[in-house]
Ligand binder design. Sequence first.
Ligand code: SF4
Ligand code: SF4
Length: 444
Amino acid sequence: MMTTKEFNPDNLSSPNNLAPEQSEALCGFESITITPNFEPFNQPNDMFCRGFWDNKIKNKMVSKFFRSFVKPNERSRSADGFTPRDYALRNGPWVVTEMLAEMQKSEDRRDGFWDNFTAHIPPKLDPVPIDDPEQAANEVKKVAKVYGADLVGITNYEERFNYTGKFSARTMSNEPIELPAGLTSVVVVAKAMNYDLIRTSPSSTASTAPAIGYADDAVILLAMAQYIRSLGYIAVACQNDTNLAIPYAIKAGLGEYGRNGIVITKEFGPRVRFGRVLTNMPLQHDEPQRFGVTETCKICRRCANNCPPQAIDHGEPSDYTFNRSNIKGIVKWTTDAEKCFKFWVSKGTDCANCIRTCVYNKDFSKRRFRLLRWMLGTPLRKLALIIDDKLRLHDQLAAHKWWGDKNVEATPIVWAEDHPIDPEKVANQQRVKDLRTSVAAPSH
Ligand code: SF4
Ligand code: SF4
């Protein structure tokens, strides 16, 4: 066992044979290109883990932030969206995820956060023969949907997307991740988050949407893994743990990568949570899909303009990394995770402005929004962005409006910034990047 002082997040060397020899656009998307400098991500570098070991991040406010998920009084206050009822609303669904995380505590496991879900293994079974991977894939998708998934896609397993190490705050250790041999496929499930709640971001009210998403996702993943095991195949259910969700979601055809650092789905925009089940079941894989997100993000800055701490990249995709929480060796839009997390801590709850204000955050069951999405996939996208600015659906809805209060004196709507480039914000961010780069590599 290591103490905090001794903890070394870099104790594990990353496998050096997982970077491509030449730059490789993931599924042909130029907005996410894996370069020969790619290094697999190490879990202790995740912001939530750093809140436990990194002196640059951990402090009393961070501890209060974490504690508030079970002790709402730590951060509740009189501000609209942060009252005891808002924290109570947010913390309700977290009990499901938290209970699952605590179940294997004695084994130093935190299922769903730092460890994949512990297998509940049925009597050992011989695998049910599968002659038709397409039919098997269709059945898996049908089962995932009946268990509650909103979207399902399947792709091939890739070792390079595994985390290098597994973090434990209890033992302050970073151990290699052990996975069964023979994995071939990844079933990616997506659960949509509540549209109306997200409209109140940033607030504890809005944070209820991911809280519900986590709980739903965990139930679907556990059920899917048990279903696959019951057919005699390996199933490893992963949520925040074990591997990167983004490349698998893109490869499985569930969406495109956006400037906000989130996979944007055609059906729900960025308003989704992704889970993965790794398996050796013979399954047909899906194709990635393209509907114009990269092209839209090139001319839109809505999410970046509305990020309170200015953590979202205003520039072009690059391999620039803001800090150790960013993945090395991938050309993409990268978010400054430290700035983002520090803003969450200052607010006392997570933020979803980059979801709320995204042009693709719409209720696509409505025809007019499907039309808008179609326009965004054509040379009419500039016009679509102007129209969308005028709809004002990206403005923040005051939390008391969500609750339906009749007698509260408060501004019902907080105006958001629109999509055009803000030269001052771009210049400010570039100045910080230049400064950091010059400090990191002083001239001789
Ligand atoms: S969650 Fe909020 S703070 Fe973080 S990147 Fe998105 S908008 Fe910015
Ligand atoms: S708000 Fe605009 S730039 Fe940001 S992810 Fe959505 S479409 Fe892309």
